[in-house]
Design a binder for this molecule. Structure first.
Ligand code: AMP
Ligand code: TRP
Length: 343
């Protein structure tokens, strides 16, 4: 059977972020900033705080609600506008969990064991990981395909999960002889799809890194941001004149990429200005750009958090709108699978 033509599906963008603790500059540049930029185009935009994903590892119930609201606040602070996008938290739209179960019967166990995120998160004692952590990618496929989303903006680390989403869609379409699910396009674009640790250029910047100096948090104040950039690991060479010259300099490349992504310039444009300069000059310049872009976001986030009832109202409205799209697609999926619906 041929691949479904995504042109038969209306253009729809879906993405999600886990509310599992403080968000970083990596989340902002790799995801949130791009989510905001994709609004108002041809495609409808649907953004989700994926709380059901977060609980695949232990979350303190006392903190989880706050973290869900914080993630929603971060979306809005980064420019996701609930008037232009659907913004909601996953657990309020039960179609995600129902679709995930249907996909658990389509996906193969072997596909799940191959996921590098599972291997990383499960660690050595993988027999003791939650079953949800193993099945996580089927839920992610459900998030996307319950909206028949045609494109998904994410950072580089989610590429494998999106390939699995395509495999699930293709297997479903093939097994049932339908063209029900689109073969979703990953949108992994720009210079900041993999922002690296400030302490180690071979590691991804991550909220779970034990060293706080390795990342910039969306809640860091201006002094902290400047200090972390000043202390970031680099090398002793001056900056080259073009991107090619950064090939074997992961720490230097990371800082230049961050600069370019924050200022909406190309790496070559940034290097044209700083060629021949050392980090003594470049780091303060980067700190200035970073503080100028991040301070308004940090401020907006705390303003949103000062009014949790308003966040809850946005999420309730978003959940209603998400539900209205998801439910008919879920029902159609059940019909295709032969499940009896009498109401
Ligand atoms: P998570 O915080 O794992 O839910 O990730 C949310 C989004 O941020 C996903 O699209 C990730 O790919 C993206 N992301 C997380 N860390 C980074 C990073 N260091 N660089 C670029 N994108 C990232
Ligand atoms: N797995 C993603 C992450 O860890 C979060 C996520 C869940 C997601 N469902 C999604 C991203 C659907 C894009 C689309 O970052």
């Amino acid at each position: 059977m041929s691949e479904p033509q995504n042109s038969t599906f209306r253009p729809r963008i879906f993405s999600g972020i886990q509310p599992s603790g403080g968000l970083t500059l990596g989340n902002y540049l790799g995801a949130l900033k791009r989510f905001a930029a994709l609004q108002g185009g041809e495609a409808e935009t649907i953004y989700c705080v994926v709380d059901l994903h977060a609980i695949t590892v232990w979350q303190d119930p006392e903190q989880l609600k706050t973290r869900i609201r914080e993630a929603a606040a971060a979306f809005m602070a980064a420019g996701v506008d609930p008037a232009k996008s659907v913004l909601f938290n996953q657990s309020q739209v039960s179609a995600h969990a129902e679709m995930a179960w249907l996909f658990n019967t389509v996906a193969r166990v072997g596909w799940m064991y191959r996921m590098t995120q599972f291997k990383d998160k499960a660690g050595k004692n993988s027999e003791n990981a939650s079953l949800g952590l193993l099945a996580y990618p089927a839920l992610m496929a459900a998030d996307i395909l319950t909206y028949q989303a045609t494109a998904v903006p994410v950072g580089e680390d989610q590429k494998q999960h999106l390939e699995l989403t395509r495999d699930i869609a293709a297997k479903f379409n093939h097994d049932y002889g339908v063209e029900h699910f689109p073969i979703t396009q990953p949108l992994i674009e720009g210079v900041a799809t993999r922002v690296m640790s400030l302490r180690d250029g071979s590691k991804k910047m991550s909220k779970s890194d034990p060293s706080d100096a390795s990342r910039i948090n969306l809640t860091d104040d201006a002094d902290t941001i400047a200090q972390k950039i000043r202390k970031a690991r680099t090398d002793a060479d001056p900056l080259p004149g073009s991107a090619e010259g950064l090939k074997d300099r992961p720490e230097a490349r990371n800082l230049v990429n961050i600069y370019a992504a924050l200022s909406d310039e190309s790496v070559d444009q940034v290097l044209a200005r700083y060629e021949g300069q050392g980090f003594g000059t470049f780091k303060p310049a980067l700190a200035e750009v970073a503080v100028a872009s991040m301070a308004p976001i940090t401020k907006a986030m705390s303003d949103y958090m000062a009014d949790p009832a308003e966040i809850d109202r946005v999420l309730a409205d978003g959940a209603d709108r998400a539900e209205a799209i998801a439910r008919p697609i879920l029902n159609r999926t059940k019909d295709i699978m032969g499940l009896l619906r009498t109401r």
